[in-house]
Write a protein that binds this ligand. Structure first.
Ligand SMILES: [Zn+2]
Length: 340
């Protein structure tokens, strides 16, 4: 069968590999149909020296497909069911796993497509406990946005930032895969959404998604604009994933007692921040990484109800690297998906 493997820094090759054996007890075999691209793939693709892993490695951290075979003792999943796999191989036994806090697993084997073979291959065996069913009306391309993009945003906004209807939120980089999802999810519960974009064309698209105020961060200081638009009050929540380029500005946009949640740092990894501001303003800063398995189901239910992902491009598997370059260049609006 075909797999897309990473051999070294920016060296991706479509290769023939042995298909997996029949699924063992408690396992299912998934025929992968679509893979979502994410910044974790860009880091992986750049070879990130500190990651402990063996090359070659099948890439792809977020996917959708259908059940091709079912192992002994698996209940509730049948051949042909559309499914989404969880993106990390958790233990299923530790306290965090038992309590459904899967992304805090104490004995995780790694992230698929980054530490372990990922989903950019025709067939994958996985424990059935890591697989959720896709409701009717959601196609493979849309479902391939549930495992990371939608799941991460669901976890950030509702588990971590505890966003409430009617609150105000600043979504950084509103044209990104997670930015577009955050705008739509916040608008769906009646929040006022401020968002930043890098060009006016993206600004128009963000407005069409429902963003109330769009700020071109290349033309004006977004923190000044947010403070002006909120009559110097600031917003309840900031959705961060850019990092050093926006971090201190993001904090300046918060109300006293405001919440900042972050899941990424595409512009670098270190910031300097003012601790007086942190404690005097009583900010709450939360890190968020991936999602819980339940967040994937919540995301898929939202999609089935009409809150669909914004898809920038759909490419064949062979063009995965081209998709990553497009993601890196920040020319995207929404998600890039490859299909198998
Ligand atoms: Zn665990």
């Amino acid at each position: 069968m075909q797999a897309l493997q990473l051999f070294g820094d920016r060296d991706l090759r479509l290769t023939d590999v042995e298909p997996p054996p029949a699924p063992g007890p408690g396992e299912v075999q998934i025929r992968v149909r679509a893979v979502g691209l994410n910044f974790i793939d860009v880091w992986g693709f750049r070879g990130m020296a500190f990651a402990k892993r063996k090359l070659p490695l099948a890439v792809g951290a977020e996917a959708a497909g259908e059940i091709a075979a079912v192992g002994e003792g698996v209940e509730g999943l049948s051949v042909g069911d559309a499914v989404v796999p969880y993106g990390a191989l958790t233990c299923g036994k530790c306290r965090a796993c038992r309590e459904g806090r899967d992304n805090l697993c104490e004995d995780v084997s790694g992230v698929m497509g980054f530490h372990l073979d990922g989903f950019a291959r025709e067939r994958v065996n996985l424990p059935a406990r890591l697989v959720v069913r896709v409701p009717g009306g959601v196609d493979h391309v849309q479902a391939a946005c549930a495992g990371i993009a939608f799941g991460t945003v669901q976890h950030m906004l509702f588990d971590n930032a505890r966003l409430e209807p009617g609150e105000s939120i600043l979504v950084q980089a509103g044209g990104s895969g997670i930015g577009t999802a955050a705008i739509k999810m916040a608008k769906a519960i009646g929040c006022t959404v401020y968002t930043t974009v890098g060009d006016d064309a993206k600004g128009e698209k963000a407005k069409a998604l429902g963003a109330d105020h769009v700020i071109n961060y290349r033309e004006e200081r977004f923190e000044g604009e947010v403070r002006r638009l909120t009559k110097r009050k600031g917003v309840d929540v900031v959705f961060e994933h850019v990092g050093p380029e926006t971090w201190n500005g993001s904090l300046l946009c918060l109300k006293p007692g405001g919440r900042l949640v972050t899941c990424g740092s595409t512009s670098g990894v270190s910031v300097q921040m003012n601790l007086m501001q942190l404690f005097q303003q009583q900010y709450r800063i939360t890190g968020s990484f991936g999602c819980r398995i339940a967040n994937m189901s919540q995301s898929l239910d939202k999609m089935a109800a009409g809150l669909t992902p914004v898809v920038d491009t759909v490419l064949p598997l062979a063009d995965f690297a081209q998709g990553l370059e497009r993601l890196e260049s920040r020319k995207v609006f929404g998600k890039i998906i490859v299909t198998l």
